[in-house]
Ligand binder design. Sequence first.
Ligand SMILES: *Cc1c(COP(=O)(O)O)cnc(C)c1O
Length: 396
Amino acid sequence: MSITPLMPVYPRCGFRPVRGEHCHLIGEDGRRYLDFAAGIAVNILGHSHEGLIGAIQRQAETLMHVSNLYGSPQGEHLAQRLVDLTFADTVFFTNSGAEAVECAIKTARAYHSHAGNDHKFELITFNNAFHGRTMATISASSQEKMHKGFLPLLPGFKYVPFDDLEAVKAAIGPNTAGFLVEPVQGEGGIRPASQEFMVGLRALADEHDLLLVLDEVQCGVARSGTFYAYEQYGIEPDVVATAKGLGGGFPFGACLATEKAARGMVIGAHGSTYGGNPLAIAAGEAVLDAVANEEFLADVRAKSERLRSRLEQFIGNYPDLFELVRGMGLMLGVKMKIEPRGFVAHLRDNHQLLTVSAGDNTLRLVPPLVIDDAHIDEFFEKLSAGAASFQPEAAA
Ligand SMILES: *Cc1c(COP(=O)(O)O)cnc(C)c1O
């Protein structure tokens, strides 16, 4: 037998973390790595946050799981908190980002079906988007590398260029249900949508009775410097999928919706065995305790500005390697002039700095939101050393 016990769908590297300490990971070999990947934008409180650990420990001892057939004082409390903090009137809890997007897609279809418009099932989505790895969420993405081997796709998605309002207008037709968009494309290369684009989508949705569905799985939960990124565009969505940071490392997501948008999500329309069980809710509560306040958010924005301005200065030293810096909050991307994976591996293996690559040749920086100036200094020491010692030919 040659297949590995872990299904070989990931190109796993040699680094094998066994312990986390705040913003560092410790490998099997005992070495310390600065973690600017954070489980891909998940560990927003770092790896040893006492509030999060304590909440999970206490809840595990009290009540870990019960069915969603029973009333949930825990879930009601967290849902009310999310409603109070956002545009939303109602919340469905999930275990992952893809499930949150699935619920958002079903919510959009049910919205129109509920009004007798079953033909309005198509979501306009955007080139290079990433929405997850289930059948519906790969169907929602234009990226053919995720489709290969899994055809036929689910019908009902039309891809148009990101940030192109004219293309959206041209794509609207009798079957359109709404738009599904990441305000900041993550996997696709840390590309924020423009203000005009997001405001334009909102206006088009209002004009044609379509739903504006946001995928904030990566950019949400304080990552962008506001609780959700849509706040920075001065618009309110109809539906938002959120996950990653929401559990701080515990698998947790949610689909947030207005009362109007959720009109089709009636009894029996959707469900999840684990979604929003008391253990997950406890993790979510601890995360919100830490991040859902103006002081924390202002601190994220301030650290973002420091990191970003130093990055912009730094990349000038290596014009052959780096092109530009983009992003929002502590979701920053450095567009490189080369395919970034070799550089990511070099930083990791030779300088104990963890980053992630993203589409459009982007080096992705999504550190824990609790980094301090010493971590930023350490980051630049490692990045400078890494850039100075990097030999692109050797990496390729
Ligand atoms: C990670 C991600 C997802 C999928 O989340 P999973 O928890 O892996 O299912 C969906 N959308 C965006 C924008 C993401 O970054």
